[in-house]
Write a protein that binds this ligand. Structure first.
Ligand SMILES: Cc1ncc(COP(=O)(O)O)c(C=O)c1O
Length: 395
């Protein structure tokens, strides 16, 4: 394929990175191999020393994984991508690759629950410190900076409340203080938001979600410059080993090919459900960035081309009422995953955010009456009828 810059994102999603073998296959091949054969002892030595480029071992490089990395880098418009075994390993590799003991990180308070657990319970044991801020309040980002702050970390829209942070403004705060901005772009994917173009330095993904798109495989990715990602993050991955399996890379390559059209459909259906929920008498509040009632609606309209498929809503009542809605569904899957063709329903306070303290949850707005939906690709009227059953019992 000629230079990526000649092509729009949907074309890159389908075409970038494929290297046809001598068999002339049309679909991307899958290289299920742990190691590679050298032509001679001298060739092996030259590859190990780095004198000659080439595959050695699939913890370091694999052709199917490389195609996935090149395609996602082209979609995010980043110089370099490294793929990881999961989204969490993308986050840990970013921190371990780019930070050192004594460094301080400012992070949005509304990060995914496991990210907060990773930061507070594990990375603090290695000499990193963290300060959490309201990710929508720029003055809190500024005020939290310390002399040793090396990284600002945010997730937008956030999970589960869909808070939207201003990427360009937070990037400016980071750069004014010689720190990096890392953005978790799992919810929007590069189809709906390209944080590097808005000034972020590094993008992380859980490709388990929309990039796979059908709830089959785990994966993650880090995208950014050759220096920070190609050297810093990659050197951690190569030695520590949470690399993406070639099989998962292949499944997710196929996911990238349909990502553009899926993200548009997920967003359209989610907006329809969100607007409908707002009109239901037993619903207290709906959180979805494409609704005019969302506090960062104007920012979301500027920063994202659409709001993706995740939304949250509070029912009137508490945990029992929220559970009634969940237990009355027949179509929605009661599962913690999101970004699937199958719609899912989750009670964050007792699942994804259950390991946080009550105070942490309340500070984040994850109350007991909150439900998270990930809208899949079923018929929207069928999904509304499925939710209606439980909501009717509340009113
Ligand atoms: C925004 C976000 N980031 C990271 C992760 C972690 O990804 P994984 O489960 O692939 O490790 C998740 C998982 O739900 C997520 O929602």
């Amino acid at each position: 394929m000629p230079d990526n810059s000649d092509y729009k994102i949907a074309t890159r999603a389908v075409r970038t990175g494929q290297v046809r073998s001598q068999e002339g296959e049309h679909s991307d091949p899958i290289f299920l191999t742990s190691s590679y054969v050298f032509k001679s002892a001298a060739d092996a030595a030259a590859r190990f020393s780095g004198e000659i480029e080439g595959n050695i071992y699939s913890r370091f490089t694999n052709p199917t994984v490389r195609t996935f990395e090149e395609r996602l880098a082209a979609m995010e418009e980043g110089e370099c991508c490294v793929a990881t075994a999961t989204g969490m390993s993308a986050i840990v590799a970013t921190c371990m690759g780019l930070l050192k003991a004594g460094d301080h990180v400012v992070a949005g308070r509304d990060l995914f629950g496991s990210t907060i657990i990773l930061f507070n319970n594990i990375l603090t044991r290695f000499g990193l410190s963290f300060t959490y801020v309201d990710s929508t309040d720029l003055s809190q980002w500024k005020d939290a900076i310390q002399a040793n702050t090396k990284m600002l970390f945010l997730e937008t829209p956030s999970n589960p409340l869909c808070n939207v942070s201003d990427i360009s403004s937070v990037a400016k705060i980071a750069h004014d203080n010689q720190a990096l901005l890392v953005v978790d772009n799992t919810f929007c994917t590069p189809v709906l938001q390209q944080p590097l173009k808005l000034g972020a330095d590094v993008v992380v993904h859980s490709s388990t979600k929309y990039i796979d798109g059908q709830g089959r495989t785990m994966g993650g990715a880090v995208v950014g410059s050759k220096d920070q990602v190609g050297e810093g993050v990659y050197s951690f991955l190569r030695s520590a080993g949470p690399s993406l399996s070639p099989f998962n890379a292949w499944v997710q390559l196929k996911g990238l090919e349909t990502l553009t059209i899926r993200m548009q459909a997920h967003s359209r259906y989610a907006l329809e459900i969100a607007s409908w929920l707002e009109a239901q008498p037993s619903v207290e509040r709906v959180f979805y960035p494409d609704l005019p009632s969302h506090p960062q609606h104007a920012l979301a309209q500027r920063q994202q081309t659409a709001a993706a498929g995740v939304l949250a809503f509070q029912v009137k009542g508490g945990r029992d009422e929220a559970w009634t809605v969940i237990d009355s569904t027949k179509l929605f899957s009661i599962t913690a995953n999101l970004g699937d063709t199958k719609s899912t329903i989750t009670h964050p306070a007792t699942t994804t955010h259950g390991r946080l303290t009550v105070e942490q949850r309340q500070e984040m707005g994850v109350f007991d009456n909150l439900l998270r939906l990930s809208i899949g690709l079923e018929d929207v009227d069928d999904l509304k009828r499925d939710l209606q059953r439980g909501l009717d019992q509340l009113s």
